[in-house]
Design a protein around this ligand. Structure first.
Ligand SMILES: Cc1ncc(COP(=O)(O)O)c(C=O)c1O
Length: 388
């Protein structure tokens, strides 16, 4: 896209404004909750849709000393950013056979290893690169997703990692795990996972592992479970000012401020008679003569189609509800006869202090979680970073 077209798009159709001052303040607020722990800013999936480069820089400016990503490609891209400190630790955890182990080792990334196949691949890469790998062993303490099973599997993995460490091929820099239900306060799996984590790390340490960091705390655990902080906390969603779940509380309860505001400009306002069907399938019909406003965002932009006839939008100072189906590029709101100008602002979600809905409101309307709302905002929506 030409620069002029990009500017027009950012100003005219739709935009996701990303408030980096809010992100920095959120990082500081989270760090205050875990004063004894290092801070890993989780910036996977393009920083949950907020822009990985800008958010990583802002998080580091606010005191993050680690970055966390899912894929090695995400981590390598951040390592290539000259604006980030060279000694910044960057960890990635989602590997498949044949991954870019050698590039990761040479870039000094911390790589997660959950099983013997991964250990063998990283050791091979370290041998070829003649650089010791930084390896973090991941324990499945009960999530039942990634991570090494306790018992014989863990003993085998720890033993093999220590042998490779003795050969100078790697250093075990971390022991770590991930919660299943930290967003459900009081869930019995939380204490069970903490107990299992202590057992599995203790076993590794008895065998001779000397990790730089042990960690398990995601956002809800950082916010509500001090006993889970260990040496490092690893929040994602809370850094973006979004609550991990309604049960945990609102962002404001924790001094957090939503970072993303998604807005668009009305593409059309028109008067229609009563009984007029609206959008595909005619799931909405006007109850009388009214005005309709066309919002130029759709499911291709990440506005969830499941929020058809339900999603809230602030237009002309009032909450309106999506009228009928959300289409690929656009949807309609009933303006109740108000004659707003084309170009008037429609705010889908933001911090809420101008009266606009929040990402949590959209999550409720779509029957999903607020993580999905912000993360899925598509690449067609320009991110406008402010307060850098
Ligand atoms: C391994 C790991 N750690 C930390 C996080 C951050 O979680 P949250 O966004 O709930 O803070 C995630 C995100 O899903 C993750 O996969």
């Amino acid at each position: 896209m030409s620069e002029t077209a990009a500017r027009w798009d950012a100003q005219a159709r739709a935009r996701a404004e990303i408030d980096l001052a809010a992100l920095r303040a959120n990082v500081r607020a989270l760090r205050e909750r875990a004063p004894g722990a290092a801070f890993m800013a989780v910036v996977k999936a393009d920083a949950y849709g907020h822009g990985a480069t800008e958010c990583a820089r802002a998080a580091v400016a606010a005191g993050a000393t680690w970055l966390g990503t899912a894929t090695p490609q995400e981590a390598l891209a951040l390592r290539a950013d000259p604006a980030l400190p060279e000694d910044l630790r960057i960890m990635c955890w989602l590997w498949t056979p044949g991954g870019p182990w050698r590039e990761a080792v040479e870039a000094g990334l911390d790589v997660s290893v959950s099983g013997m196949w991964a250990l063998e691949e990283v050791v091979g890469a370290a041998r070829r690169a003649a650089v010791p790998a930084r390896v973090q062993l991941k324990a499945d303490t009960g999530l039942g997703r990634g991570g090494c099973q306790p018992g014989a599997d863990w003993e085998e993995l720890v033993g093999a990692a220590l042998r490779a460490e003795a050969e100078g091929l790697l250093r075990v820099t971390g022991l770590w795990s991930h919660f299943a239900c930290a967003d459900e306060p009081g869930h019995p799996s939380i204490t069970a996972q903490l107990t299992r984590f202590r057992e599995m790390t203790a076993y590794a340490e008895q065998q001779g592992v000397r990790p730089e960091v042990r960690h398990i705390a995601n956002s809800p655990a950082t916010l509500t479970l001090p006993e889970s902080h260990f040496d490092l906390v690893r929040p994602g969603i809370a850094m973006y000012g979004v609550s991990p779940s309604p049960e945990i509380g609102t962002p404001a309860d924790f001094g957090l401020r939503p970072v993303m505001t998604l807005s668009a400009s009305l593409a059309l306002v028109k008067q229609v008679p009563g009984g007029h069907g609206v959008s595909y399938g005619h799931h909405y019909a006007t109850s009388g003569e009214t005005t309709l406003g066309l919002i130029p965002l759709g499911y291709a932009d990440g506005v969830p189609r499941h929020a058809s006839s339900a999603g809230p939008v602030l237009v002309g100072g009032k909450w309106r509800t999506v009228a009928g189906r959300i289409a690929m590029d656009q949807f309609v709101v009933d303006l109740g006869g108000e004659r707003l100008e084309p170009g008037a602002e429609a705010v889908l979600f933001g911090p809420g202090d101008r009266g606009e809905p929040t990402a949590e409101d959209w999550a409720q309307a779509a029957g999903t979680i607020a993580y999905e709302i912000v993360t899925r905002i598509g690449t067609r929506v320009p991110r406008v970073h402010v307060n850098e």
